[in-house]
Design a protein around this ligand. Structure first.
Ligand SMILES: CC(C)(COP(=O)(O)OP(=O)(O)OC[C@H]1O[C@@H](n2cnc3c(N)ncnc32)[C@H](O)[C@@H]1OP(=O)(O)O)[C@@H](O)C(=O)NCCC(=O)NCCS
Length: 207
């Protein structure tokens, strides 16, 4: 993965307790990344708790292969907590991230699979956006998405895409606010979804 200059994350006004730095993920980050993604995307309650190590193992292996192979149009970024600024350190709650701890991640790749690929060519696709629960609402996801969008443009694309579940209100608000819109023809409910949340396919035009 080509080096990416550290990008400071600007915390939202009034919640400025954590500063973060965004950089390309490395193999040494795999353990922390697998923990973050498993905790953010898999329920630990009841029987699911037993399955947690298996989900984690799958996530770890998938990531390890992607980061090691590092195809030309693939990036995985992480946000890590920066040093606590003396002026704000006093406001840092005990649960907040310590310097250098992983607080967020995102992946970007150029895909050629469905729903737009095969005959439709390649398109940039955002996946695995996640922010540590006690570091949310401080602009970390916004900053990670900004890097994805800038990189997609560097690769020569003018549009960017992602999936979100229709019951994921936090993520839908984030994407809505940043200009992502549903592609209705692709997001139409499937008759065999059996009451499970729908995957909505979102698009943003990169100006
Ligand atoms: C969705 C997620 C990535 C957002 O991360 P985040 O760092 O908290 O998001 P940001 O701080 O950058 O939010 C930017 C804006 O998005 C909107 N937003 C984000 N989370 C929100 C929430 N829970 N409720 C309402 N609006 C929200 C707000 O407009 C927010 O701006 P504000 O804080 O100034 O009001 C995070 O909640 C998460 O990791 N969720 C679990 C994993 C997941 O669902 N990933 C997305 C898969 S598609």
């Amino acid at each position: 993965v080509p080096p990416v200059g550290p990008t400071p994350v600007q915390p939202a006004a009034g919640r400025a307790r954590v500063t973060a730095i965004v950089r390309a993920a490395e193999s040494a980050d795999l353990d922390a990344l697998a923990d973050l993604l498993t905790n953010c995307f898999h329920d630990r309650s009841g029987w699911f708790g037993w399955l947690h190590p298996f989900f984690r193992m799958g996530i770890y292996e998938d990531l390890r292969i992607r980061i090691r192979r590092s195809p030309q149009e693939y990036r995985c970024w992480i946000a890590i907590a920066g040093p606590h600024r003396p002026s704000t350190a006093i406001a840092v709650a005990p649960s907040h991230a310590l310097p250098n701890e992983l607080v967020g991640t995102v992946e970007l790749s150029a895909r050629s699979s469905m729903p737009l690929g095969w005959n439709g060519g390649r398109y940039p696709y955002i996946a695995n956006l996640a922010v540590r629960p006690d570091c949310r609402r401080r602009g970390v996801a916004k900053q990670l998405l900004a890097i994805c969008e800038a990189t997609a443009q560097e690769w020569g694309f003018q549009d960017i895409y992602l999936h979100v579940l229709d019951d994921n209100q936090a993520a839908r608000r984030l994407y809505e606010r940043l200009g992502y819109r549903c592609v209705p023809a692709i997001a139409a409910p499937w008759p065999w979804s059996l009451g499970r949340p729908q995957r909505l396919f979102l698009h943003k035009r990169l100006a």
